[in-house]
Design a protein around this ligand. Structure first.
Ligand SMILES: Nc1ncnc2c1ncn2[C@@H]1O[C@H](COP(=O)(O)OP(=O)(O)OP(=O)(O)O)[C@@H](O)[C@H]1O
Ligand SMILES: [Mg+2]
Length: 617
């Protein structure tokens, strides 16, 4: 812009110079004409005076003097016919008149001089010489154009020098202006652009203050403004980071919706709950992400918040998820998010996965019920024991009654046997409830047999073929009640897995620890040909409350068993194959209990685990 200003200035100066010079040229020309006219008239008057005084020689003198005058190239005097009488320069061709000069004679106005131009850019004037109204000749004066041009050149040079000085002064002024105005403006412009293109790039700031004027103040103010924006942005970033980390790490699901019930933002926990990647939520509606029934209920809460501008709290949503169709429960609260006091922009939804809590409540209720049933069974068994003892004694007396013989004796013997079985059952029921809280050496055969006889009826009803393999001598130092509980859980699970019958194998033998062959102990194997489990189920079987049995299972059996095995420093190993076409399915549980375990001091924990016995059995 400033360069343009200088150019404009130079052009103006040039135009001014051209106008000035052309005006000067015409003025010089005009002045030359006037001068020439006066010179011709003065020479004519001098000649006329000389002739009147009869001194023609003075005419020649006057011509010579005129020839010497600055600006005169040639002066001459002719007779009325145009023949040169006197001339200031003696060139032969100048001793006669040029045809152009001669052509002026008939046109000559006697009263005033005639000035005329002719060939070769020459200018000349002529005036008539009269003595007492007699025409005696003509006085001719030709100007020296070089002299005129020199004058013009002087003016031209002066104008040029003035122009150059003017342009240089202008350039200097422009330079000073550039320093004072344009540079700071350019710096401000650069700074603004840098700020717009990359607001986070701080390398361009603060801008240099190159001048100490209003523009310098402006740059300083700009620097202060940028610094304050940066400070504010840093504060905002801190707040955002705080909110982001809260959103990312809060152990609850958080989601935000716009008025069309589209996801605006969700956190990791919410994405984990829906099973959809976090970014795939944005811009999508609820039915596109969660099952329709749940989406409907959730949408209703969101719409209600937008309509009433008031929070909605603790709405319980239930559904089923996964390939195993496991039930889940969400506890949802929704609240309005305002960006202006008078406008609800989004609705925030807090989702709490209450599935585990609900299941544990349910399990606890059922466990309590089963524990109560167990206690009832124990007290009934206890009450039956007394009359049973009397009946046993009476049957013994009856059998030994001497008059009894034949089939009556046989019936009494049979009755005695059945009563013995009843006594055994009541004993076993009581034993479950009153198990020892101290570790002791237990005979495996007795432990396993007592369990299997308890499930005898169910095994028969399900047409399950039982194979037993264990030494009568095999024993183990353990909490017998708890080990029984573990085996009972495995047996019940095996029976549950074979609703249409199958084979069940129960084995116990001396063995060594798999990963430490130096450690000896007892290995118990429970194998079934039931439905088996796929990898996904196998991975979760020891989790508390994991069950595939809907209402009949609490999902605590294996979890409790695992805890008991750990308590005995044992190991559990599972192999299973789910039913697939053409392949047999089944499950094998192997448990290793080491010998000589240090179980002292763990007795109190044993009572805690005991409460789940009825549940497992
Ligand atoms: N022998 C088995 N065959 C097939 N699946 C099994 C077997 N044993 C365990 N499972 C699977 O492991 C899950 C967890 O078993 P667990 O004993 O812990 O709970 P549950 O049997 O479902 O309920 P409960 O608390 O009444 O025992 C079962 O729901 C079942 O899916
Ligand atoms: Mg079970």
């Amino acid at each position: 812009m400033l360069a343009g200003l200088v150019l404009l200035e130079a052009l103006s100066i040039l135009l001014f110079a051209v106008l000035l010079i052309s005006r000067q040229a015409s003025e010089v020309h005009e002045r030359a004409r006037l001068r020439l006219g006066h010179q011709a008239t003065s020479m004519a008057l001098q000649a006329s005076e000389a002739l009147r005084q009869q001194r023609p020689g003075w005419v020649g003198l006057s011509v010579t003097m005129m020839g010497e005058t600055p600006g005169v190239r040639l002066a001459k005097v002719t007779d009325p016919a145009g023949n040169v009488l006197f001339a200031s320069a003696g060139e032969p061709d100048e001793m006669r008149l040029d045809p152009a000069e001669r052509a002026q004679i008939p046109l000559k106005n006697p009263k005033e001089p005639t000035v005329f131009d002719f060939a070769g850019n020459r200018m000349e004037s002529v005036d008539a010489i009269y003595t007492h109204s007699d025409l005696r000749g003509y006085a001719w004066v030709e100007t020296d154009r070089a002299w005129d041009y020199e004058q013009l050149n002087t003016i031209e040079r002066g104008t040029e020098i003035f122009g150059v000085i003017w342009v240089l002064a202008s350039a200097l002024l422009v330079l000073l202006m550039a320093r004072a105005i344009s540079r700071p403006l350019a710096i401000l412009h650069r700074g603004t652009r840098a700020l717009m293109l990359s607001p986070d790039n701080e390398s361009s700031f603060p801008l240099p203050v190159t001048v100490h004027n209003e523009f310098g103040d402006l740059i300083e103010a700009f620097n202060r403004m940028v610094a304050s924006i940066k400070e504010q942005r840093a504060g905002l970033n801190n707040t955002l980071s705080l909110l982001d980390s809260m959103l990312a790490n809060a152990p609850i699901g958080l989601a935000f919706f716009d008025r069309n019930c589209r996801f605006v933002r969700v956190n990791d926990v919410f994405a984990g709950m829906t099973g959809v990647p976090i970014n795939s939520h944005l811009g999508r509606t609820l039915p596109e992400v969660v099952p329709a029934a749940v989406a409907g209920q959730l949408e209703e809460s969101v719409q209600r918040v937008f309509a009433t501008e008031a929070p909605v709290r603790d709405v319980e949503l239930n559904g089923k998820r996964g390939r195993l169709n496991l039930p889940w429960t969400w506890l949802v609260s929704a609240y309005p998010v305002r960006t202006r006091p008078d406008e609800v922009r989004w609705t925030g939804v807090i989702v709490l996965d209450a599935t585990e809590r609900k299941r544990s409540e349910e399990a606890l209720r059922r466990t309590e019920k089963l524990a109560a049933t167990g206690r009832l069974a124990a007290s009934i068994a206890h009450e039956i024991n007394n009359p049973l003892e009397a009946v046993t004694n009476l049957l013994f007396l009856l059998k030994n009654y001497c008059q009894l013989e034949g089939s009556a004796l046989e019936y009494a013997t049979l009755a005695e046997l059945e009563v013995k079985r009843i006594a055994e059952i009541t004993q076993q029921t009581l034993r479950f409830y009153r198990q020892s809280t101290l570790p002791a050496r237990a005979t495996m055969a007795e432990l396993l047999d007592s369990l299997l006889s308890l499930y005898h009826v169910r095994l028969n009803a399900l047409a399950i073929q039982l194979t037993k393999k264990f030494d009568a001598e095999l024993d183990l130092y353990c909490f017998a009640g708890e080990v029984r509980q573990v085996i009972a859980n495995l047996l019940v699970n095996a029976m549950d897995a074979m609703p249409g019958g199958g084979r069940l194998q129960v084995r116990a033998r001396r063995s060594r620890r798999w990963n430490e062959p130096g450690t000896e102990g007892v290995r118990i194997t429970v194998a079934d040909t039931g439905l088996g489990m796929d990898a996904e189920v196998q991975e979760r079987i020891f989790e508390a409350f994991f069950t595939t049995k809907d209402v009949t299972g609490t999902g605590l059996g294996l979890w409790v068993s695992h805890e008991i095995i750990l308590k005995h420093h044992g190991l559990v190993h599972v192999r299973s194959r789910a039913a697939e076409s053409g392949k047999s399915s089944g499950t094998v549980f192997q448990i290793f209990f080491p010998d000589n375990q240090d179980l002292a001091g763990q007795g109190t924990q044993a009572t805690g685990a005991r409460t789940t016995v009825p549940a497992a059995v």
